[in-house]
Design a protein around this ligand. Structure first.
Ligand code: 2RA
Length: 334
């Protein structure tokens, strides 16, 4: 199978290559693709050196799959051009997520909705993926009425520039304006802002959690409100999630459902101070759930703590799992 990774030199693109290697997708030909300034650079895949090629050359090569992590503008311009030559595009940007004609997929939840006609498939936002994977079985069992989520997001979610800003500040330097990924220092600080502010005084990241959750769960009636915070953590998003259900439930049943959900690992052992933490989720593909406890302040409320590696299950791994689903369902020829 001919696979293109578009945005191969970025943080997610780099992790994408590692995940493709680890999960041993039947890649017969690997096409590393990046912007003009990176064409000609060498990247390693499965121990071999590969030369980065241009978007135009990649389209001409007619890959079976193109996994994008190159920003919304690039996806809007080039994903349709790949689709026109028969390539199935899996896109990590927000460009297609809320397009009514495109599927927004977490394979464990709604992979079954995919058909051979889906030539551009949207990969959800990292903070959405880890939350909905935990919410989906609970919604099916108890009917979610309302979700209140606060996120604690690693600066790796912003990309290489944020990593560099953090590293400079950690060494005691004051980055130049052009070296800043954020409007404020991130080292030893928390910023209640992930992405830009919208007219409703929420940030783009917060509204992604609201809108994408409803689309993936196919539940536009669910109330969702979010506060997304950037924290000085090197890898891994954490989320405090409060859920109100339509129907009564037992905490033990909720824990059982989560334990039985593929891709979820429950860490619920307070006696031994065992709960999910980003430092221990890093480089893993599971979504870790703990601190599961009833919210006594409402009739059918539950509190959860959800942690995942934002570059893996939050981006690269979920995208590769979509490709695996397409192959397993014979929606593309491997
Ligand atoms: C972030 N979820 O963490 C966004 C994009 N990766 O910045």
């Amino acid at each position: 199978m001919k696979v293109a990774v578009v945005g191969v030199t970025g943080l997610v693109g780099t992790v994408m290559c590692r995940v493709l290697e680890e999960r041993n997708l039947p890649v017969s030909e690997f096409l590393p693709v990046a912007s003009a300034r990176s064409v000609g650079k060498m990247v390693k895949f499965k121990g071999a050196d590969h030369k980065v090629i241009s978007m135009e050359d990649a389209i001409a090569a007619r890959p079976d799959i193109a996994i994008f992590s190159a920003g919304g503008g690039t996806s809007l311009e080039f994903a349709p051009k790949f689709a026109e030559v028969g390539t199935t595009v899996i896109d990590n940007s927000s460009a297609w997520r809320m397009d009514p004609g495109k599927k927004l997929v977490v394979p464990e939840i709604n992979g079954g909705e995919l058909t051979a006609a889906d030539k551009i498939i949207a990969n959800p936002n990292c903070s959405t993926i880890q939350m909905v994977l935990a919410l989906a079985p609970l919604h099916e069992a108890f009917g979610i009425k309302r979700v209140v989520v606060s996120t604690y997001q690693s600066f790796t979610g912003t990309g290489m520039q944020a990593v560099k800003q953090y590293q400079l500040e950690k060494k005691g330097y004051k980055p130049k304006a052009e070296e800043m990924a954020y409007p404020h220092p991130i080292f030893e600080n928390c910023l209640p802002q992930c992405d830009v502010f919208l007219e409703n005084d929420y940030t783009k990241e917060e509204m992604k959690l609201v809108n994408e959750t409803r689309k993936i769960l196919n539940a536009p009636q669910i109330g969702v409100t979010a506060t997304a915070v950037r924290v000085p953590v090197n890898g891994g998003h954490s989320e405090s999630v409060n859920v109100e259900f339509e129907r009564p439930f037992e905490v033990e049943k909720a824990i059982e459902l989560l334990n039985n959900t593929p891709g979820i690992k429950v860490l619920q052992d307070n006696a031994n101070n065992n709960y999910p933490m980003p430092r221990f989720a890093k480089d893993k593909d599971e979504v870790f759930v703990g601190r599961i406890r009833r919210d006594e302040s409402v009739a059918n409320g539950l509190n959860l703590w959800i942690v995942a590696d934002n570059l893996r299950k939050g981006a690269a791994t979920n995208a590769v799992q979509i490709a695996e689903h397409l192959i397993a369902s014979k929606l593309i020829n491997a």
